[in-house]
Ligand binder design. Sequence first.
Ligand code: PMV
Length: 354
Amino acid sequence: MSIYQATASAPVNIAVIKYWGKRDTKLILPTNSSLSVTLDQDHLRSTTTSRADASFERDQLWLNGKEDEIKPGGRLATCIAEMKRLRKETVEDKNPEEPKISDYKVHIASYNNFPTAAGLASSASGFAALVASLAHLYSLPASPSVLSAIARQGSGSACRSLFGGFVAWDMGTQPNGSDSLARQVAPQSHWPEMHALICVVSDAKKGTSSTSGMQRTVETSALLQHRIAHVVPERMESISNAILQKDFDTFARITMKDSNQFHAVALDTEPPIFYMNDVSRAIIALVVEYNRLSVEKGQGYKAAYTYDAGPNAVIYALEENVKEVVQLVVSYFPQKPEEFKDVLGLFGERGSLD
Ligand code: PMV
């Protein structure tokens, strides 16, 4: 008797041009393109095992050992249904000898090795790992870009975790989302000196989920409309060029400006949303002053902060400056130095999903 089971893991990605706003909430189509760096070390990953079996009575999912409901028509259900459809259309219908496992129910177990929903993009790695494990289970010939369109329907930012290195998510223009896909701008090997330092300011669950926050922002923020039309398109191009040219100064300036604008847009929402706290803001002040002194000495920018929908800081820095940045942060925030993790490294190509 055959056993149909597969495991895959996917890392978190941290956006430097933020996705915030949906133009289609069902298909998860964004109001602007975004760009991120996929982290690749053991600290921030989701690992997911999927199994299909004729004896299973319903699709079931466990997150960190606890069963999570798969709501009919919800995002989990959509991703699972889309993966079954791909299996049927691209494997079983084309080759009648292949077992019809798309008819079987699946059991899925997923683990995050970091706090869930604390603004550390757990949904990104979670849905990417889910889609990757089902892709293995179903032996799909699909490219990461095709899989990104399915992961996107679980959580928008998840589409970027299907690729390693520096990854863009093009917003696309098609109403059916066929061109709203992730693509690799450059592999990690292009700029291996790039590190990301995660400063866990709080691992409490975030107050306003990205889904409800985005919806409120789309409905009420005039600043978001300005950002969509006049800011992001140019930034996408400039930061892509900065990455290709390994220009850290430009990368850092745009990264920090974009984080600031995302949080300004959150504040411009009615009622306002605050994701950063006093410690987050103190880290910003520290990085700004550190860069100012460094530029004054003719050494250029040395660090770039960015914050997602939570208070935790991610600081990008080049290898040669990482030690100094860690020392600086730990000397100002000495309480829990063990929580500052250097999670450099990126994810290889799709093969490393195995
Ligand atoms: O994919 P979601 O719904 O978790 O939204 C993520 C939004 C941000 O993390 C704040 C920005 C981004 O581009 O990752």
